[in-house]
Design a protein around this ligand. Structure first.
Ligand code: HEM
Length: 495
C-alpha cells in the first residue's frame, strides 16, 4: 500500500517529487540505512535534484545538486539555517554543541566566538603548531607504523590549538573519553535514528534492558563521556591559565578577555561549550579525511608517485615541505581536494539544516520545519562535472598549465550560514599532513606470508561521518636508511 507525496493542486503548490511513501511511516523501508546517500542519489536519478521523502511526520527534502544547494541554502540562508530538532541531542548529552543549536541568538553567540578563534587570520597563527604536530605524527608513524590509526588520532592539532593541551598517545585520557563519545554520537545522531525517536519519543523513556533499547544504555554512557570531556579539557586550560603555565591556545585567548574569577559566568560557559564543539567538529573529520587519503594512495600508486616526485623536485631531500612551498606544490592541493571529493567524510553534509518558514522553489513547496539534507555524495559524484567520478583523479582539479582550478570541492564543508566554521584550520591541517606524509612514507598494500599483495575492498563505515574500515597496509619510509635521528634532522632543517 503506497500513497503519493504530492498534494492535490487545490491544496496549494505541490511538494517536490519523490518516491512513493507508506502511510504513517513514510519512506522508512526504501532507504539503505548503512548508506542513505546512495538511496538518495538513486532516487535523484528518477525524481530530480530536489526530492521529497518522509520519515513518519517529518518532511525531508534532499538536495542532490550543488547548484540547487547554493540557490536554496546559501541565497535563502535566512530560511534554511535552522537545525532539525534531533530527539537524541539531550539524551546523548549534546546540549552544549553549537552545531546542533537552533538558529537564533544562542547559536549566533557561539558562532561569533568560534569565528574569533578560527577565522582566516586567527587560524593562520596556528600553522607552526600544525606543522609541529605533523612532525610528531611522522616520528610516531616511523616508530610504530602498524599503529598509524592511533597516531592520526593523537596527532590531531585541534586539541593543542583549542586547549593548549598536548596529547602524545591515543591512550591519553582526554582522547579516550572523546573517542568513545564520538563513536556513539556519530552513529546515533543520524537523521534516520533521530526521526524514529522524534516520532516515538516515548522510546527514549524505555529502560535500557528492554529489548531493542540499547540506544538508552548507549545514551547514558555518551552523556557521561560528554560531560567529562566538556569539563575536564576546559578545567585543564583554566587551571594552567591561573598558574601561568598555559601554552598558547584559542581558549586561553578567549578567557583572557573575560573578567571572571571563578569560571561561572555565562560567557565562560559559552567559551567552554564552544571549545568542546570545535574539538568534536574538528578532530573526527580531519582524521577520517586522512584515513581516506591513505586508502587512496594505496589504491592509486601512480598518483602517489607523481605527488612524491613533485615534492622531491620542489623541496629536495634535505628538508620537509612547509607552507612556503604550498604554491609550488599545487598537485598536493589537488590531492587534498580529490580526497574530500572522492569519499566525502560527511556524505550528507553533517547534521541536516531545517527551514524556519514555508518556501517555494521552482514551483515546489518546501514546508516550514522541513529537514534539509544536502547530498554531498551525489554532488561529489556528479558525472556531468566529474568524469569517472568513482575514481581518484587529482588531475581533475588542475588546469592545463598545472595551476589549480576554481573548484575547491567546497561542498565538503557545507552551505550557507551553518557552513563549516573551521574550514581554514581544516584546510591547513590536511595540506600539512598530506604533503609531509607523502614526503617521508610510501603507502602500499600489505603482503601475505607468500609475499602476495593483500587486496583491500575500500569499504567505508556508516554514520554521520564515514571513514575506511581498517584494512591491512604497509607504511614504510621512502628512504631505506631513514631513522628517527635522520628524520629529526630533516624536521630541524625544515624551518
Ligand atoms: C576535514 C575537516 C572538516 C570537514 C570535512 C568539515 C565539514 C563540516 C560540515 C559539512 C559542516 C556542516 C555544514 C552545514 O551544516 O552546512 C561543518 C560544520 C562545522 N564545522 Fe567543520 N569540518 C571539518 C573541520 C572542522 C574544524 C577543524 C573545525 C574547528 C576548528 C570545524 C568546525 C565546525 C563547526 C563549529 C561547524 C558548525 C557550524 C554551525 O552549525 O554553525 N570543522 N563542518
Amino acid at each position: 500500500l503506497v500513497i503519493n507525496n504530492r498534494r492535490k493542486r487545490s491544496e496549494g503548490p505541490p511538494l517536490p517529487p519523490g518516491p512513493p511513501a507508506l502511510p504513517l511511516v513514510g519512506n522508512v523501508t526504501g532507504i539503505d540505512t548503512e548508506a542513505p546517500w546512495l538511496s538518495y542519489t538513486k532516487w535523484g536519478l528518477e525524481y530530480g535534484d530536489l526530492l521529497y521523502t518522509r520519515l513518519f511526520s517529518q518532511h525531508i527534502i534532499v538536495i542532490n545538486s550543488e547548484k540547487v544547494a547554493r540557490e536554496v541554502m546559501e541565497q535563502r540562508s535566512h530560511i534554511y539555517s535552522d537545525r532539525p530538532v534531533i530527539a537524541t541531542t539531550e539524551p546523548l548529552g549534546m546540549g552544549f554543541n553549537s552545531v546542533l543549536k537552533p538558529y537564533g541568538p544562542g547559536w549566533r553567540h557561539h558562532r561569533r566566538l568560534i569565528h574569533q578563534a578560527v577565522r582566516p587570520d586567527a587560524a593562520f597563527k596556528y600553522r607552526p603548531l600544525q606543522l609541529e604536530k605533523t612532525h610528531e605524527l611522522l616520528l610516531n608513524i616511523l616508530t610504530t607504523p602498524e599503529n598509524y590509526l592511533d597516531h592520526l588520532q593523537s596527532g590531531s592539532t585541534i586539541l593543542s590549538a583549542i586547549y593548549g593541551y598536548d596529547a602524545t598517545t591515543c591512550e591519553d585520557p582526554f582522547l579516550v573519553v572523546i573517542d568513545k563519545a564520538t563513536k556513539i554520537i556519530t552513529e546515533d545522531l543520524r537523521p534516520e535514528v533521530a526521526a524514529i525517536l522524534s516520532a516515538f519519543p516515548f522510546l527514549l523513556r524505555f529502560p535500557s534492558w528492554f529489548p531493542g533499547m540499547q540506544i538508552n544504555a548507549r545514551a547514558a554512557e555518551a552523556r557521561g563521556y560528554a560531560k567529562e570531556w566538556v569539563e575536564s579539557t576546559f578545567q585543564y586550560t583554566w587551571k594552567a591559565l591561573a598558574a601561568g603555565t598555559n601554552a598558547p591556545s584559542m581558549i586561553a585567548d578567549a578567557l583572557r578577555k573575560i573578567d571572571d574569577q571563578d569560571g561561572t559566568s555565562e560567557l565562560t560557559g559559552a567559551v567552554k561549550d564552544v571549545a568542546a564543539t570545535m574539538f568534536l567538529a574538528g578532530s573526527e573529520t580531519t582524521q577520517s579525511t586522512l584515513r581516506i587519503f591513505i586508502l587512496a594512495m594505496i589504491l592509486y600508486p601512480a598518483t602517489q608517485e607523481r605527488a612524491q616526485a613533485l615534492i622531491d623536485s620542489v623541496v629536495g631531500k634535505d628538508r620537509l615541505p612547509n607552507f612556503d612551498d604550498r604554491e609550488a606544490l599545487s598537485y598536493i592541493d589537488a590531492v587534498v581536494r580529490e580526497t574530500l571529493r572522492w569519499r566525502p567524510a560527511f556524505p550528507l553534509g553533517s547534521v541536516p539544516h531545517a527551514t524556519t518558514e514555508d518556501d517555494l522553489y521552482n514551483g515546489y513547496l518546501i514546508p516550514k520545519g522541513s529537514t534539509i539534507i544536502p547530498n554531498v555524495w551525489a554532488m561529489a559524484h556528479d558525472e556531468t562535472k566529474y568524469h569517472n567520478a568513482m575514481e581518484f583523479i587529482p588531475e581533475r582539479f588542475l588546469n592545463d598549465d598545472g595551476s589549480l582550478t576554481d573548484d575547491k570541492a567546497e561542498y565538503s564543508f557545507g552551505f550557507g550560514r551553518r557552513g563549516c566554521a573551521g574550514k581554514y584550520m581544516a584546510d591547513a591541517a590536511l595540506w600539512a599532513s598530506v604533503a609531509l606524509l607523502l614526503a617521508v612514507f610510501k603507502f602500499s598494500k600489505a603482503k601475505d606470508a607468500d609475499g602476495n599483495d593483500i587486496e583491500i575492498d575500500g569499504k567505508m563505515s556508516s554514520g554521520l561521518t564515514i571513514h575506511p574500515i581498517p584494512f591491512p597496509c604497509s607504511i614504510t619510509p621512502r628512504s631505506p636508511d631513514m631513522t628517527v635521528e635522520k628524520l629529526t634532522e630533516l624536521i630541524q632543517a625544515s624551518g
